[in-house]
Design a protein around this ligand. Structure first.
Ligand SMILES: [Zn+2]
Length: 323
């Protein structure tokens, strides 16, 4: 294949992904969407796969486990919110196959085991979440192009317990917490730190919590640093294990960053994800992610599928009789 064809195909692949780009919300935001600078930041990686005639591999750290906050989610297992996100990713690989026959592989690198202790998700719940995620991925139309990789799949951590795996991850791949704090204080990753602190504060602020708001805020800040430290360690481990892969992210990213932030399902909140929300059938053919309490406040009714609640639905707009 001529070099110009490789570049042309790689650009088309990236443009399909960039249609779903998650806009950054502070400094370093893209001037236009889809953004040519963000496309070009990943082009060389895509070109290498295309030149070799191999599927383009994307690595997406995501799908950790459901938030422990039942005002946001339905329970501990993946539900319609995850199903929509997986169907979206499967659809994206299908669209990539139309412009590049070898297609793409999106490797979901579930990170719940990496920081579950810091966000308050029990290991048993993470196991159940991952098992159900595997079932949902297996049920996608073939060839799905979606894979799942977890902390348990890291050969260097084989045979260890969950706590020990997290310790070794931190020892071998993490940057010291003090260094991370220093970077955030200097203005790096501030949007991520604030969003993380907000999520952890909200998730801890349950009716069962009896302490002060200030103490909860302090605790949320400390845990936000741990989550960021482990997430970054996970990202570095993945970069080592899957060199050459295009790195996707579910968070907004600065323009031209080495990670590309994408949306999995439409959401009114730029930071909302399927595991912090429920799927809401708007009644006019659209789906949107909202917090569970918001769906209930809007009068949506819970819909059961296969014996458990899967999502919420608003009543369809009444059909007017023909004049
Ligand atoms: Zn950009």
């Amino acid at each position: 294949m001529a070099d110009s064809d490789v570049t042309r195909i790689a650009r088309r692949v990236m443009e399909l992904v960039l249609r779903h780009q998650r806009k950054g919300d502070r400094t370093g935001t893209c001037a236009q969407l889809p953004c040519p600078a963000c496309r070009d930041a990943h082009l060389a990686r895509v070109e290498r796969y295309v030149a070799a005639g191999e599927p383009v591999r994307f690595v997406l750290p995501a799908f950790p486990g459901k938030s422990p906050n039942t005002a946001k989610v339905l329970g501990v297992l993946p539900d319609m919110a995850e199903r929509l996100a997986l169907e979206f990713l499967g659809g994206l690989t299908a669209r990539i196959r139309e412009v590049y026959a070898p297609g793409a592989e999106i490797l979901i690198c579930s990170d719940g085991r990496v920081f579950g202790d810091a966000v308050g998700i029990a290991d048993a719940h993470i196991t159940a979440y991952q098992d159900e995620l595997r079932r949902l991925i297996a049920a996608l139309p073939r060839p799905g192009g979606i894979g799942l990789f977890t902390l348990e799949d890291v050969p260097e951590l084989a045979g260890l317990g969950h706590d020990r795996r997290r310790e070794v991850l931190a020892e071998r791949w993490a940057e010291p917490l003090e260094q991370l704090r220093k970077r955030v204080r200097a203005g790096e990753d501030v949007a991520l730190y604030r969003a993380m602190t907000r999520f952890l504060f909200e998730d801890g602020n349950t009716p069962a919590y009896t302490g002060s708001r200030a103490a909860l805020q302090r605790d949320a800040r400390a845990r936000a640093y741990t989550v960021m430290q482990r997430s970054k360690a996970w990202g570095d481990l993945l970069a080592e294990r899957f060199p050459g892969a295009v790195r996707l992210s579910i968070h907004p990213q600065p323009c031209g960053a080495d990670k590309l932030g994408i949306h999995l399902v439409a959401t009114p909140d730029n930071w909302l994800t399927p595991w912090h929300s429920v799927a809401l059938d708007t009644g006019d053919g659209d789906w949107v992610l909202v917090k569970r309490a918001d769906a209930e406040r809007r009068g949506a009714r819970p819909v059961r599928v296969a014996g458990r609640t899967s999502h919420y639905a608003l009543a369809a707009a009444p059909v007017l009789p023909a004049a």
